[in-house]
Design a protein around this ligand. Structure first.
Ligand SMILES: Cc1cc2nc3c(=O)[nH]c(=O)nc-3n(C[C@H](O)[C@H](O)[C@H](O)COP(=O)(O)O)c2cc1C
Length: 480
């Protein structure tokens, strides 16, 4: 698809000057402000440090977002490829590593057979991974006192593929009118029972205890991207103590948090959440994404019933809940890479199971920045990390600097961009300018590869992945 596709909007690389970039945003009515000039060193907003209420320090306003590589062993341990990715995170220059990657709390909750898993058997591997991050960072930057490292804990719920890369074994909370059909599940597909959920909560707590023992400063109780934590939030139709009213739909969060507080006192807790969601999209005419036709659509947490715009009233209630629980670390994201990737990770080219962008992907970037700013304004006490900046490419530092200066977020999260350009954060701080040859152009190979049973990585730009036979397979798959 990528070879033939001629987007109806300019590529970011063509918007070479601040004037051209500004003109394009204005013409398309995309609300995205940026600083034409960058500051660096001590004056850079990216260099601003923060101390959490617990006294833990974050040395700058740059964050590496969690990104898994589908490259662990089948018993959930890291491989050399996993360690290489984590090494790059530690060397990036960012002082907040938000979760590193999704780590399953039990075998059947894995999103793929090669997802990392934290349990008694794999514990020592995580001790070593944590030490490895610290040592690597220290060798480069001579200071780890202000490096904050979390581990993202997950159960993949509806998107579990624990045993075979091609076989979904979903664990669902309610029959979803669109997603059940999309993924071939009968309307009466069995639901997780309340007792099973109770035991999943126990596993989160056990994993958090191990994460703390391994040295991690915080765990992220993941509530995003359509995985289990996120599905609870839209379990309006579920009966029993985990569904229906808001209190029940957030019980999963509360029970995990109180379990962790009791069993791992002193461990920071963070939450990464899809702050708004939309209806699932699918390929329409000319392969361009169109929304599923369900009216009213009641399952977008943080979304309107139209299915294609945000209404964050309930997201705000969720944030109030976090505040009551004393949680300070919050990372925003949106939607899901499985059913509406263009709102989650705006890209020029879609993953193989996606659709061509129904809008200029800059709209997707702007939408997440605006929603994040609304959250920061309403909850100034939260430390808020924003996501989905990679599509900005050359303009990422300029937009990020503006967001930080205006207090629209506390930290800028970097995802795909650091797969292709791991030392970009260090370059931003040093004022080195962006290295064009390393800039992620959002070809989505990092998502297409795992969708087709391969490991993830930046095939077009990372020299190691470029040489792999998987890259040829990927090209063949895309008809290139
Ligand atoms: C290859 C890949 C793996 C990812 N793995 C995770 C993950 O484990 N946990 C998570 O919360 N998000 C994951 N994400 C989403 C990113 O953290 C991020 O939200 C997304 O890429 C948008 O940010 P960006 O525009 O900087 O790439 C992944 C994204 C990619 C491309």
């Amino acid at each position: 698809m990528s070879g033939k596709y001629k987007p109806p909007f300019p590529r970011v690389a063509q918007l070479k000057t601040a004037e051209l970039f500004a003109q394009h945003l204005k013409k398309e009515n995309i609300q995205l402000d940026f600083d034409a000039e960058l500051t660096f060193g001590a004056d850079s907003p990216f260099g601003k440090a923060h101390t959490l209420r617990s006294g833990l320090k974050i040395g700058n306003s740059m964050c590496i977002l969690p990104m898994e590589g589908w490259d662990g062993t089948e018993d959930g341990r890291p491989t050399e490829l996993t360690r290489r990715r984590w090494r790059n995170f530690a060397l990036s220059g960012a002082k907040l590593l938000w979760g590193c990657e999704a780590v399953a709390v039990r075998p059947e909750g894995r999103a793929n057979p090669n997802q990392l898993m934290l349990n008694e058997q794999t514990f020592q591997d995580f001790v070593e991974l944590f030490e490895f991050l610290q040592t690597t960072h220290f060798e480069q930057f001579r200071d780890t006192s202000n490096l904050l490292i979390g581990l993202q804990l997950t159960h993949s719920g509806r998107f579990c593929k624990p045993n075979d890369k091609k076989k979904m074994e979903p664990r669902i909370l309610y029959p979803h009118p669109v997603l059940n059909k999309k993924f071939g599940l009968a309307e009466d597909y069995p639901l997780l029972s309340d007792a099973e959920i109770d035991s999943i909560i126990d596993d989160y707590v056990k994993a958090a205890v191990l994460a703390q023992k391994a040295g991690f400063h915080f765990v992220d109780v993941k509530h995003c991207h359509g995985y289990l934590g996120h599905e609870f939030l839209s379990a309006y139709d579920r009966e029993g103590k985990y569904g229906g009213n808001f209190e029940n739909r957030t019980r999963f969060l509360r029970d995990i948090v109180s379990g962790i507080r009791a069993a791992a006192p002193g461990l920071e807790i963070g939450v990464r959440m899809s702050i708004f969601d939309w209806v699932p999209f699918q390929k329409g005419p000319e392969e361009i994404g169109i929304p599923a036709q369900v009216h009213p659509y009641r399952y977008a947490f943080g979304g309107k019933e139209s299915g294609t715009s945000a209404d964050m009233q309930e997201s705000f209630l969720f944030l109030q809940e976090l505040e009551k629980l004393g949680i300070e670390l919050f990372c925003t994201t949106a939607g899901s890479p499985y059913y509406n990737p263009h709102i989650q990770r705006p890209a020029l080219f879609p993953p193989s199971d996606g659709y061509l962008p129904p809008e200029d992907p800059l709209c997707g970037v702007a939408r997440q920045i605006k929603a994040t700013a609304e959250i920061k304004a309403a909850f100034p006490g939260l430390y808020v990390v924003g996501s989905a900046y990679s599509y900005l490419q050359e303009w990422l530092p300029n937009v990020g600097q503006h967001v930080l200066k205006k207090g629209m977020a506390d930290s800028i999260g970097f995802g795909r961009m650091v797969l292709s350009y791991p030392d970009m954060p260090a370059d931003i701080i040093a004022g080195n300018g962006m290295k064009r040859a390393k800039i992620c152009r959002t070809f989505s190979d990092c998502t297409t590869a795992p969708r087709n049973g391969m490991i993830s990585g930046c095939y077009p730009l990372d020299p190691l992945y470029k040489k792999m036979p998987e890259y040829e397979q990927l090209k063949a798959l895309k008809g290139e």
